[in-house]
Write a protein that binds this ligand. Structure first.
Ligand SMILES: O=c1ccn([C@@H]2O[C@H](COP(=O)(O)O)[C@@H](O)[C@H]2O)c(=O)[nH]1
Length: 257
């Protein structure tokens, strides 16, 4: 499956940030069952499933096993997968991260951190092209303090915008039809920034985290993948299949009507 197919699906991404303490006496088996039920029930309303690697890593080796199992199950259900790991390192290590999440899981996407420089992102972009995947580069993150570095003025323009311009240029080399395999993360908590970034990067898929629990509202537009984790996976703060379906229907209505 080519990740870019996610852009022709409904524009909502289910975030999976598992909290075993909410899953009773046998947390991992309950979590596995619950996640599979949620994937199946919500699949027709989703562009993709985003797995937050930190929450799986925090569960130790069993957590990594569960991540692989759930990622495979999502793909079998026809759902593209995003690994939210915000990886980034010198080139040789970036290559290893790219092998781990893009080449071993063809057709998936990975979030990456640009702080080390654009040269360190090339292994991710090349792996995404080879595996029909995608890369989402952190540009303007959803957190309240993101401006501390990202909004710094550099030669009169915010740093995030300079990054966007450079990525948009680079992304042209990884474009297939309308969309590039070089995507960007822009917080749904900054809707005005989403518009500014879109003007500079018309062919980049955008991952918009922060919908729901962080106060961001769903945003409509081509190539915008609205992402909610707690609000969809744990509506009301706990596992609730009916509630998850209702929340997905509400977001879906806001996005497609
Ligand atoms: O700018 C960013 C980048 C990534 N995230 C991740 O998205 C989810 C958000 O969870 P919610 O429960 O929907 O708030 C989480 O995995 C973050 O690590 C982000 O929030 N902002």
């Amino acid at each position: 499956m080519d990740f870019l197919l996610a852009l022709s699906r409904p524009p909502l991404v289910l975030g999976v940030d598992p909290r075993p303490e909410l899953h009773g006496p046998e947390p991992l088996s309950h979590l596995r069952r619950y996640a599979l039920e949620v994937f199946e029930a919500l699949a027709p309303k989703l562009a993709a499933v985003k797995f937050q690697l930190a929450f799986f890593e925090a569960l130790g080796p069993e957590g990594f096993g569960l991540l692989c199992e759930l990622a495979s199950a999502a793909r079998v259900m026809g759902l593209p997968v995003i690994f939210d790991g915000k990886r980034g390192d010198i080139g040789s290590t970036a290559e290893a991260y790219a092998r781990a999440y893009l080449l071993r899981f063809p057709g998936s996407a990975l979030t990456v951190n640009p702080y080390l420089g654009l040269d360190t992102l090339t292994p991710f972009f090349q792996a995404a092209r080879e595996s029909q995947g995608a890369v989402f580069v952190l540009v303007k993150t959803s957190n309240p303090g993101s401006g501390f570095l990202q909004d710094l003025l550099v030669e009169g323009r915010p740093l995030y915008l300079r990054l966007v311009e450079a990525l948009a240029r680079k992304g042209e080399g990884y474009r297939e039809g309308e969309w590039s395999r070089v995507g960007m993360v822009v917080g749904a908590t900054y809707p005005e920034v989403v518009l500014t970034v879109r003007e500079k990067a018309p062919h980049a898929p955008f991952l918009l985290p922060g919908v729901g629990a962080q106060g961001g509202r769903p945003l409509k537009g081509p190539g915008l993948l609205n992402t909610a984790s707690r609000a969809l996976f744990y509506p009301g703060g706990r596992p609730d299949l009916e509630g998850a379906l209702q929340a997905a229907e509400d977001f879906h209505r806001a996005l497609v009507e």
